[in-house]
Design a binder for this molecule. Sequence first.
Ligand SMILES: *Cc1c(COP(=O)(O)O)cnc(C)c1O
Length: 477
Amino acid sequence: MNNNKTLNEIKSNRNEEKIVECDVALNANIDDKYKRKSVPNIPNISENSLLRHYTNLSRKNYALSTTMYPLGSCTMKHNPLVNEKIAKFDGFSSVHPYQDEETMQGSLEVMYELQKGLSEISGMDYFTFQPAAGAHGEYTGLLIIAKYFKSRNEKRTKIIVPDSAHGTNPASAALAGFEIISVKSDEHGIVSPENLKQVLNSDVAAMMMTVPNTLGVFEKNIKEITKLMHDNGSLMYYDGANLNAVMGILRPADIGFDVMHINLHKTFSTPHGGGGPGSGPVGVKAFLKEFLPSPFVVKEEGTFKFHFNDKEKSIGQMKAFYGNFPVILKACAYIKALGADGLTEASKQAVVNANYILSKLKDKVKIPAGNCCMHEFAMSLKGALGDGIRTLDVAKRLLDNGYYAPTIYFPLIVEEAMMIEPTETESKQTLDEFVETLINIFEESKTNPEAVHNAPVNTSVKRLNEVEAARHPILHW
Ligand SMILES: *Cc1c(COP(=O)(O)O)cnc(C)c1O
C-alpha cells in the first residue's frame, strides 16, 4: 500500500470543522494553568528517518542473534526462536487465568507435561511454577524447609552455604529468616566432608549446593555430604539454575537432594538477562508436597485440574495465579522438541565445548580447579597479563572485538577471575575465533597495555566509572 496516498486520503477526508469543535470543547474544561504556552517541540521528520533511527538504535544492542555470549554461570544459553512463536499462539496467549478449568485444558496440559518433564529430569516428585526467578525459587524452597521443620516442632535456624555459591543463596536464606554458615572450599574448589563436619550441628536446617559448582567442578563428595546432612536431620537444597551439565546424566533427587529450583530462563529456552519475565520452578520430594504453594496441576480420569494444598500446611502463594505462563510454555516446547536423548546430548555437548576452550587456554592462564571442567570453568588471569592490566580491562577489550564480556571477579574465591561458558550450540569455528581473540588480548596487554586499559573504544558508550555508577547512580534526567 502507498502510505503517502493513504495519509493524503485521510487528510482530505478529515472534517476539519468537527476537529476544531472538538478541540474547543476539550479546551473549555481545562484549567489555564495546564494549557501549553508554546507549540510542542515534536520533531518534524520523515517516516524513513524515524525508521532508520530506531533500526540503528536496535543495532547497538548486543544479541545472541549477532554474536556469541561467553558468559559463565548466568549465561545466555540456547533460546530457539521457534519457541517465541509458540508462546504467542492465540490459543495460549488469549487464555484468562479466571477461566474455568474445562475451558483451558490445553494450557493445563502444558503445565502438567512440564511438571512431568522436570520431574523426569530432576527426580523430584512435585513442582510449583509460581516463583518468577531463581532467587525467588530459592526463597520459596527455603520457606518450604522452614515450614517442614515447624511442622515437626524442630527449631533449626541455620543454613550452610559453600563459599563458592552464587550470591543469591545466602541472600535468600537471610530473607527467609535463617542465619548463614559459610563453608570453605578445599584446594580442589569443592566442599570437603571434613570442613562440613566442623560446622554441622542440630541447629542446621539445610545446606544449599550447586552441582557442578560455580567453578564448573563436580562435587565428588556429594553422596557423603548428603548422608552427613541427612544423618543430622537436615535437608539438602540444590541450586539448579543451570542444568546444562547434568540433564539426562545426573538427577539431583537421586544423589540426596530434597528441594531444588530450576531457572527456565537459563536452561530451558527463555533468554536470561533481558530483564524478565523469568521462571524459577521449585521441585520437592513427596514428603514436602503439602508445603508447596497452591495450585499445581494434577490429572484425574483424563482431565487436568488445579490441586490446592491445605492452607494451613502450604507456605501460601508466592505469585499471582500459576507463574509466568509463556515461559512455562517455551520450556515445555523445548523439552518436547529435544526429548530425553536430545537433552542428554545438549549436556554432553555443553561439557565438551567448555573443555575445548579450557584445553586451548590452560597453558596461558591458571585454572584453579584443574584441567577438566563441566559446562563452564573459572580461570585466574593473574600473571597472564601485562603490567597493571586487570581482568576488567580484558573484559572491556572483548567488547571492542564484538563479544559480550564474560562473568568476571566471580566466583569470589578465584583471584582476577574470568568465567567462561560457551553453551552447547556454538560451533568449533566460533569457539576457535573466540579463543584466538582472547589470546590476542592477553598478548596485546603486554605489547600495547594502553589499548587494553582504555577499552572499549568501538562501543557507543566508552569506559564507565563503575564506582561512580554504583555510588551515585543517576536514575533519571
Ligand atoms: C542465575 C543464578 C541464580 C539466580 O537466578 P535469578 O533468576 O537471576 O534470580 C542462582 N544460582 C545460580 C548458580 C545462578 O547461576
